[in-house]
Design a protein around this ligand. Sequence first.
Ligand code: ADP
Length: 443
Amino acid sequence: MVTRTVSLFFWMAVAAISGYWLLPSSGHLLGAFFVCLFTVIKDLWKGQKITEWLRHNNVKEPPQMDGIWGDLIDRMRRILNEQRKQTQYEEQKLQDFLLAIQASPNGVVLLDPEGRIEWSNQTAAQHLGMDAKRDLMQHVVHLVRDPVFKKYYSSESHDGEVIIDGRSVSLQKSVKLSVQLHNYGESRQLLLTRDVTTVAHADAMRRDFVANVSHEIRTPLTVMSGFIETLQSLNLEKNEREKYLDLMAVQASRMQDLVNDLLILSQLEGSTLPSTNEPVSLQGLMSSIESEARGLSASQLFENQEPQILNFETPESVQLHGANKELHSAISNLVNNAVRYTPSGGLITSSWSLLPDQRIQFSVADTGPGIASEHLPRLTERFYRVDRSRSRESGGTGLGLAIAKHVMQRHGGELKIESELGKGSKFTLIFPASRVMLETESF
Ligand code: ADP
């Protein structure tokens, strides 16, 4: 600045002396005036160039100037560079932040104070059936038209959440969404969506299960209460009383069976997976299952009826790594079902065989009534029965196949069901090779 001022005065002095020498009356004033004018015009021209440079925002190519203007340009360039870097950094941070929200499994929608969509991630767009770009600045209530949401949106405080149907096009699965609104900033709102289909499904299953259990227990309880009332109010003969007590014992044992099966199921769900190095002897396992099945078969035989034929083939010296109690439960449920559903004179065959890939399979086949194909996919559901009264009459709880399937899943195996109406059924359990231990090659 000082240099520039000195230089200006120097040139003004030179011009004034030259002017005075050429025109002694007013030449010195004219000389100084022309130097000032020239300096002003030069500065205006430089200022114009800098303005143009700033207007085009071309920070990388500043105009080349020296002196005070060069310093000014340099400083401006540095400030602009820093600002540019800061903006880039902020933009990158914003992008990272948006990418993180995009990656969220939950839907996020930002609403302006009027309730218009300012931004939404893809998950929210998918959940609510909208287009994240096309539907920007649309009012959220115009897109989410569910009455329950409209009511929630217009309520003063958005406490809790509302559940609405998702917009998924899948025909097999109806999607349930949890939608929540939160206030933020200046009258803005954040709308969060979450797929709660599995939770809703689990809730529905739990409700169904509790309803089923209550129903299953209520029936024998009602019958028992009736008998108790009769015994209390009527003066019955000894043999009649005994008949009623026998009937009550049947109902009590039904409830006991149901409670036992429920306990088995809850233990299966809550316990650790069966060990892979605890050997269970097939012979020992099958001999107790066989004697139970023969006892059951004899107990359901009426006078003059042809007995069922029970064939049991069990390999010697084969061991399965698994939980003895669980294996007993799964296999006895299948064998006992075959005995319970096959009429007198029918044939029940239980066998074990080794598959070429070293897996081992247990099968029980019967010549009973068979099961229509439409029931097969649902047979392992809890309390699903083809013939409810038949199941109850023969002491079924409706949980046997659910238990068998669960046990097989825990052992890494599978349950297969083949059946033909009027011909019979075959239930097969396949255990993975890793759980089989052959002591001899006699299989
Ligand atoms: P339940 O205690 O009623 O037998 P399960 O879960 O063991 O319950 O079996 C489910 C249903 O499958 C039964 O109610 C019955 O209708 C059918 N079922 C099971 N095993 C047989 C079989 N061997 N023959 C015919 N139907 C069967």
